[in-house]
Design a protein around this ligand. Structure first.
Ligand SMILES: NC(=O)c1ccc[n+]([C@@H]2O[C@H](COP(=O)([O-])OP(=O)(O)OC[C@H]3O[C@@H](n4cnc5c(N)ncnc54)[C@H](O)[C@@H]3O)[C@@H](O)[C@H]2O)c1
Length: 373
């Protein structure tokens, strides 16, 4: 079976990391044939790694229309993801887009609409943490009804530490014009995606967001959000770049017990009888359901980025199901945009999906330039 001829657009930190893993043979069904980047030194780096036969271009458009590639991996700053993906799909190329899908849902919806017109193309997003067997297992436990109806979910994800010197390197990061947000847009797209992937989409969100609280940056660096689900379950999400060592603890409480993921391990406390049943039948006053701490076997390997690239190639060549279809990208972004919008409107509840025009109008008020569509 022939290898998928891939072009990488944006050969910065992550683009070149993908290049290295292709070079090292971790993605056997992919051949890197072209790279585009607006910085000549990044193109030179790519040539140094892949040799003179690699085609290099200074714009995404030149790569897309070069006829060299059948698929592209888009690893530019977030604002550009949708517009480049749209051009690539309209030129008949399969697309793997980096996270986040974009900065605001209006541009991501436009990308999804073009993808819908091209069902012959594979369209995926690099949510590499979906390949982590621990998260796959907890999703399976919820979907199979093992935990019963979800009642409460709390994710404390405060181990995304970033120092001031990280931000002082400058560039597009942590600016409204360059990135469109801070910890929500840069570090948290993975967690917001996993959150909705495992627990489903909330119906509304409200938040308390701090901008430049821990670091000298204009965007958010400390966030607490509260959500409600259709079934009445509630959720709380806490994130920052300012805590050390910080915490990554996902706790999901359901009718049949409690699941906690922390330090990469899954723990399940299972009730002998579901809590609603206990409550309906227990007659002795003070008392609690009997609980068993269960060992849940988690099998498989966390394949991360190469896992997503391999899956993308297998979806193109063999028609396998994508781990992270591109159309999933808008969901975590809905929550992220909802959190920002709530904060900009004084902490009020925001129904999801967000009012995309209102969000864009408010985002625009924070930007010096007209935001990219
Ligand atoms: N999935 C993950 O775990 C993961 C990890 C890191 C970064 N990312 C995402 O990848 C994207 C890039 O992040 P990064 O850290 O590599 O940034 P970076 O700044 O290191 O790299 C971006 C590259 O894109 C180039 N570029 C900018 N605009 C361009 C354009 N219009 N056309 C062509 N090239 C262009 C820049 O010159 C730069 O080399 C971001 O959206 C980020 O969120 C994802």
């Amino acid at each position: 079976m022939s290898k998928v001829k891939l072009g990488i657009i944006g050969y910065g930190n992550i683009g070149s990391q993908h290049g290295k893993s292709i070079k090292s043979g971790k993605t056997p069904m992919v051949e890197l044939v072209a790279v585009a980047d607006c910085r000549p030194e990044r193109l030179q780096l790519a040539k140094d790694t892949f040799g003179e036969e690699l085609s290099v271009f200074s714009t995404a458009e030149e790569l897309i229309h070069s006829g060299k590639c059948e698929a592209v991996l888009i690893a530019t700053p977030h604002y550009y993801h949708p517009s480049i993906a749209i051009k690539a799909m309209e030129a008949g190329l399969h697309v793997l887009v980096e996270k986040p899908a974009g900065v605001y849902t209006k541009q991501v919806r436009a990308m999804d609409e073009v993808a819908a017109k091209h069902p012959e193309l594979v369209y995926c997003i690099d949510f590499n943490q979906r390949t982590n067997p621990v998260y796959q297992k907890v999703k399976e436990l919820l979907e199979s009804g093992e935990l019963g109806q979800m009642k409460r979910v709390i994710w404390i994800i405060t181990d995304w530490y970033r120092s001031q010197s990280y931000y002082d390197q400058g560039g597009w990061r942590a600016t409204w014009d360059g990135e469109g947000g801070g910890v929500l847009l840069n570090q948290n797209p993975h967690n917001l995606d996993l959150w909705q992937w495992i627990c489903g989409m909330p119906k509304r969100v409200k938040s308390e967001v701090y901008y430049g609280k821990h670091r000298n940056i204009e965007v958010e660096d400390d966030v607490t959000a509260f959500v409600e689900y259709e079934n009445g379950a509630v959720g709380c999400y806490i994130t920052t770049i300012g805590d050390a060592p910080g915490t990554n603890r996902l706790e999901i409480d359901g009718e049949r017990g409690k699941i906690v993921i922390e330090d990469g391990k899954l723990k399940f406390w299972r009730l002998r009888v579901p809590e609603p049943e206990f409550n309906a039948t227990y007659k002795k006053g003070l008392g609690k359901p009997e609980v068993w701490e269960c060992e849940v076997p988690v099998k498989g390997t966390y394949t991360s980025h190469p896992g997503i690239i391999n899956n993308f190639a297998e979806a193109i060549r063999k028609g396998v199901k994508p781990i992270a279809p591109g159309t999933e990208g808008i969901k975590g972004l809905q929550i992220s945009n909802g959190i920002h919008l709530s904060s900009w409107l004084g902490g009020q509840w925001i129904d999801l999906p967000v009012d995309e025009n209102l969000f864009l109008e408010k985002l625009q008020e924070h930007c010096k330039e007209t935001v990219i569509f």
